[in-house]
Design a protein around this ligand. Structure first.
Ligand code: KG4
Ligand code: ZN
Length: 363
């Protein structure tokens, strides 16, 4: 079954062709991140206007790469190779969501193909089912993947993105129980805000990671101690706004001259990883799971990936995370989630849903 996955919930516009929920045939992502840089955060109107401009070329390119010549500028003829269209319909920014959802609805009607709506957050979990051949990956991605097997159930999934931090228990395909989540800032949001405090620009995660690595390489003496919020709480909730405030207080205090930005970035990143890893492992032990899955933009963070892998090795629980390209928003994860949950919706009925979320009841 060949699914075209369309993703446009925030600043990325993605279109991907995926076979049987696993094999990525093409993966095109266009990001408007540079346009937002001078505003130090996403401007929803700018993101949506850019998505209106690029969505058709992105879909065209994904189809052309999967089925034909890259030079082809009329990829609509490739519609006959698609069995279904999947689209993330929330949560996200309303203007951005509308671009993807309306495009997917239109293509489904023109091509007479089934339309499968996907929760963007569930999509991040399903990035772990994708297999890619290394020529489809950018240089930074050619790291060895942790495990090459398909995820096993029951699993604990940690979704860490710019807008969400959630721990889920996954007992089967599309069977999720929400264990807990952030009470305030999401992990990615904390990275973005700390990057802004440190004058690093947007998006914050990769920038904080880059200067933190500088500190490690310098082998400096590490003297700052930031809080690890809620690390010992007997639940699966998180809180990162106090950690961000602790960084702001440090930067605005006289101590800032003593500590470099690199050192602060290093300790901040370590604090986030410590909390995420501790809670995820607690959940894995409590529910006796056979797999730990990581997903979302922050899952691209190498310290988080390494720390989780190291801790789980001792416990004998395999950890899976997608290659970096597939942690950041993309259409492939949407197509994969759709394959394992073929809940078809009529194009006339599908609506973008900005506040789509997991069931509020905890396990
Ligand atoms: O999943 P995503 O692409 O979009 C949302 O659904 O929000 O995640 C974007 C978030 C941003 O907050 C970005 O700073 C963070 O992921 N991020 C990272 C890294 N790469 C992206 N955070 C930490 N380390 C990274 N390497
Ligand atoms: Zn996302």
């Amino acid at each position: 079954m060949i699914i075209l996955g369309i993703e446009s919930t925030c600043d990325e516009t993605g279109a991907t062709v995926v076979e049987n929920g696993r094999k990525v045939l093409s993966n095109i992502v266009s990001s408007s991140v540079k346009l937002h840089n001078k505003y130090k955060g996403i401007v929803p109107e700018i993101a949506a206007r850019e998505q209106v401009r690029v969505i058709i070329p992105v879909v065209n390119e994904a189809l052309a790469k999967a089925f034909g010549s890259i030079r082809s500028n009329n990829s609509y003829k490739f519609g006959c190779h698609i069995d279904a269209i999947a689209v993330s319909y929330g949560p996200g920014l309303i203007g951005s969501l509308l671009v993807g959802v309306e495009t997917a609805k239109t293509l489904a009607l023109i091509w007479k193909k089934p339309l499968i709506p996907v929760n963007h957050l569930i999509g991040h979990v399903y990035a772990n089912w994708l297999t890619v051949n290394s020529s489809q990956l950018t240089e930074k991605n050619r790291e060895p993947l942790t495990m090459n097997h398909e995820p096993m159930f029951p699993a604990v999934a940690l979704i860490v993105s710019g807008g969400h931090t959630d721990l889920l228990l996954m007992t089967d395909h599309m069977k999720f129980k929400w264990l807990g989540g952030t009470l305030d800032d999401a992990a990615g949001e904390a990275f973005d805000k700390v990057a802004r405090i440190l004058g690093l620009g947007y998006p914050g995660g990769p920038k904080v990671e880059r200067i933190a690595r500088q500190w490690t390489m310098d082998n400096g003496q590490w003297t700052i101690k930031l809080p690890r919020p809620m690390i010992d709480s007997n639940n699966f909730d998180f809180s990162f706004s106090g950690l961000k405030t602790a960084v702001a207080n440090l930067v605005h205090s006289s101590q800032f001259t003593v500590h470099s930005r690199e050192e602060i970035a290093y300790e901040f990143q370590k604090a986030i990883a410590d909390v995420l890893v501790t809670k995820t492992i607690n959940a894995a032990k409590r529910f006796n799971v056979r797999e730990i899955l990581l997903g979302g933009g922050v899952a691209a963070n190498s310290v988080l990936r390494q720390q989780l892998t190291d801790h789980c090795r001792g416990l004998n629980i395999p950890v899976k995370f997608p290659p970096v390209d597939l942690c950041i928003d993309n259409g492939a994860m949407i197509a994969a989630a759709a394959f394992f949950n073929r809940k078809i919706q009529s194009p006339q009925k599908l609506q973008a849903d900005t506040s789509l979320y997991f069931a509020p009841t905890k396990i």
